[in-house]
Every structure is written in structure tokens, then in C-alpha cells.
Write a protein that binds this ligand. Structure first.
Ligand SMILES: [Zn+2]
Length: 221
């Protein structure tokens, strides 16, 4: 993101401006979603990665980037979006933290992806057996004591944990799914840049779940 320092505010509120030597993707939000899911199907089928990461592509990427989608994912080592979607270098813009949270760093990163790189799709990707969701659930159930930074980081997941506890059943799975839905909403309520892009039809923000047992990504409605 070497060009970040040169960003003008105008580029963050209007249509995407070329922030690199490559033109933005021409995919619609729905086409970008289909391309991601198609990548997960290739991953499921055990196909060899087919992302364009050859030498020619790497040289081209030295002039800029034009990813077709962005993913807000969990830092969990088992849920790497580039792997799950068989995406090559330069194809997806990824923001990750424990709990796939729409915090300041994630929102700012995604505003750059949408406002300057013209990304038409953001996927918030939660996953099965999420440790961050589990810890938030334990905080809600047992008032679990945690180191300060870890506790503060997990606090935004508490509303999802409480929703899951009220609903009953598999409360960890419920927390993961409610947390994804919460953060899909937060991206749009806390960022006027992202909200304006959604309003203009240039962007879709969707929620999804990665199943560690089946390696399948599925939509969370
Ligand atoms: Zn996780």
C-alpha cells in the first residue's frame, strides 16, 4: 500500500480512482461473489492452485493492484482466505484479526480497498471452532478473566455471544454466525464510505462461514 500516503479524501467518497497502474476489476458484486465461491469449489475438489501468480503476473503486480474482492477474516491459521478461495497474488484484499471484527484497522483497510481499488465485494468470513468466539462466549458465561488487550479485543463479540445464549442450541456456532452478521452491519453503519458504495450499488457486503470439517464456505443470510 505504498500509494496510501498519496490518497486524497475525494477518492474515498466518490467512485473508485485508479490507485495503481492496473485498472480496477470490472466484475459486479455478484460476479465477484461467484468467483470467490468458485475458488472454494476448486479448493474442495483438491485442484492444484490456479491463481495467476506466475512470474509475468508478479512483474505486473509491481505496478499496482486490482483485487476483485475483499475478505474480513479471522486470524486463525486454519482459515486463510487466499487458500480457501484458491486466490493468487493480487486477487483478493484481506484484512484479518482474531474474530473477524470490523475494528478501526479493518474498516480503514476496507475503505481503501473499496474507495481506491474499486473492490465490489466484501465478505466477512467467520469459521467453525473459532477461538475468539469461544473466549467471548466464556466471558459472557463465566466472566472469564483475560489479559487486558485480549479482553478489550473480544468485547465487541459479547453481543453475539449473548444472542447465541438466548437462542440456545450450539452456542459456539451461534456466536460465530451472529458475530459475522453483526460485523456485516458494523461495516455499513460505522463507515460512511462503505455505506455510500453500497447505496450506489458499487459494493455488496456479505457474511459467510467456513466449515473446518468439510472445508466448505457457505453464505450466512
Ligand atoms: Zn477464529
Amino acid at each position: 500500500m505504498a500509494s496510501l500516503a498519496g490518497i486524497g479524501l475525494a477518492s474515498l467518497v466518490g467512485p473508485a480512482r485508479a490507485a495503481s497502474g492496473l485498472p480496477p476489476t470490472t466484475l459486479t458484486p455478484d460476479q465477484a461473489l461467484e468467483r470467490l465461491m468458485e475458488g472454494n469449489r476448486r479448493f474442495l475438489a483438491g485442484s492444484a492452485p490456479s491463481g495467476p501468480s506466475n512470474l509475468e503476473r508478479r512483474i505486473q503486480l509491481a505496478t499496482g493492484q486490482a483485487p476483485f474482492a475483499a475478505v474480513l477474516g479471522c486470524a486463525d491459521s486454519r482459515a486463510a482466505p487466499e487458500v480457501l478461495f484458491q486466490a493468487g497474488l493480487g486477487e483478493i484484499f484481506v484484512a484479518r484479526n482474531a474474530g473477524n471484527l470490523a475494528d478501526t484497522g479493518a474498516i480503514g483497510s476496507l475503505e481503501y480497498a473499496v474507495g481506491n481499488l474499486g473492490v465490489p465485494l466484501i465478505m466477512v468470513l467467520g469459521h467453525e471452532h473459532c477461538g475468539a468466539a469461544g473466549a467471548a462466549l466464556a466471558m459472557a458465561q463465566q466472566n472469564l478473566a483475560l489479559p487486558a488487550h485480549l479482553r478489550d479485543m473480544l468485547l465487541p463479540i459479547l453481543p453475539a455471544a449473548l444472542t447465541a445464549l438466548r437462542a440456545g442450541g450450539d452456542t459456539l456456532d451461534g456466536t460465530v454466525r451472529a458475530n459475522v452478521t453483526l460485523n456485516v452491519g458494523r461495516l455499513q453503519t460505522e463507515s460512511s464510505v462503505l455505506a455510500a458504495a453500497v447505496q450506489a450499488g458499487r459494493l455488496k457486503v456479505v457474511g459467510a462461514h467456513y466449515d473446518l470439517d468439510t472445508q466448505q464456505v457457505s453464505a450466512i443470510s
